[in-house]
Design a binder for this molecule. Sequence first.
Ligand code: IMP
Ligand code: MG
Length: 183
Amino acid sequence: MVYPIPPEIERVLVTQEQIEQRVAELAQQINQDYASVERLYIIGILKGAFIFLADLTRHLTIPHAVDFMALSSYGKTTVSGAVRIIMDVREPLEGQHVLIVEDIVDSGHTLNYLTHLINNRKPASLRTCVLVRKQRNGIDVTIDYLGFTIPDVWVVGYGLDYADRFRTLPYVAELKREVYSAK
Ligand code: IMP
Ligand code: MG
């Protein structure tokens, strides 16, 4: 299916083909790194990571469980706010090998908060997998598996939204500035 590019889009930054290839590569790396682990506990961060997580996990050949956490988002704006848990994982994480799957790292506050929170639950190991990271001065947070580095602009598609729109575009694209700076 060919998706028309909505008029609110400035330009495509990462194409569908580039995403498909990179997601497969990341999964291969994860398969290798966790080859001797009994079970990997994968936590997708809702809502943004749902598409990335679905594609990534279908390339995994190691035993794994999929779970989700939901955090408060920015709401309708693009200004960073406080982080809050809206929905938690189902299992205790103590002794588990945990992999956080997140859509994007912008300031790094969300991932920083999450890694501290999960580390407090004493997992056997904790790593992070992020589709895109914005090139900007943010918190120095460790990303173990990174898809792409992108410019510091608002992006949508492949799970990423603006005011809950554009999540299902098959690529990652820059939103026109007038769309998000007018509000
Ligand atoms: P951070 O805490 O500043 O790193 O922001 C992380 C969260 O902000 C992500 O999980 C997204 O929900 C949201 N976010 C930041 N930048 C973008 C963007 O360009 N498009 C869509 N969501 C974004
Ligand atoms: Mg998010």
